[in-house]
Design a protein around this ligand. Sequence first.
Ligand SMILES: [Zn+2]
Length: 259
Amino acid sequence: MNVDRWGAGVGVRHAGGVRGIVAVLIKRTSPDLVRAKPLNVIATFQTRTDLRQWGHVYGMGVVMAVRKILNLSKYEKLLRTPSEPVKKNDRDLKKLIADIKDTIEANPAVGLAAVQIGVMKRVFGVRLGYYEDQPDEEMQPATIFINSEILEKSIDTARDFDACLSIPGMFGYTNRHLVIKVRYTDEDGKVQEREFTGWDARAIQHEQDHVDGILFLDRLDSLDDLYVVSRGADGKPKNIPYKEAVKQAETLAQTNKES
Ligand SMILES: [Zn+2]
């Protein structure tokens, strides 16, 4: 089966795989959310604009200390494991911080947690001050959060999207606290207490979830809030509701079986 055959680029996983394609087994990751049959829904990898900077660029050569990002389809167990506190400010920590920064910049991404590159430490980076369609060169360097705790959360929440380098080709709408107060150790070893609002607060909550082994899929109210980013027949990015994508994949699987 060729993904192009279906036009919109979503299909059932086939033997051998296709470069630039990943399978996300939602049934296994969020069983409570899914009533559909287990299916590998495949989404084409996206350019960063598709997912508004949370997007994904694969096949990039290893430059600097850009690390491989672990994805949900292969590394679910790890991604669902809470990370350990950092105890020492040593060379390993410095290397980890450099790797997180380089990997964020290379993708480019807004945020990344250590677990996503296979390091089970409570460390993540977020590029603060992000806004939609922000040019790469205007993005700030990542701020590093070590052993962070969310001390206070506003009752007010904001609904916006979540996407994740470990769940390529998908995004979902979630409610996140609008204002949070965070205590963390910065990369110079100083303990900070800061308040964050809006997108910064959202990105920090997403990464804080990672160190606790939680994914944005767990924050969806329902599967109606989940979308697969695909490519239309015209080659342009197209968002398809997840349930619709599953249906299309099932139909395609049936067609393939019959032919
Ligand atoms: Zn993520």
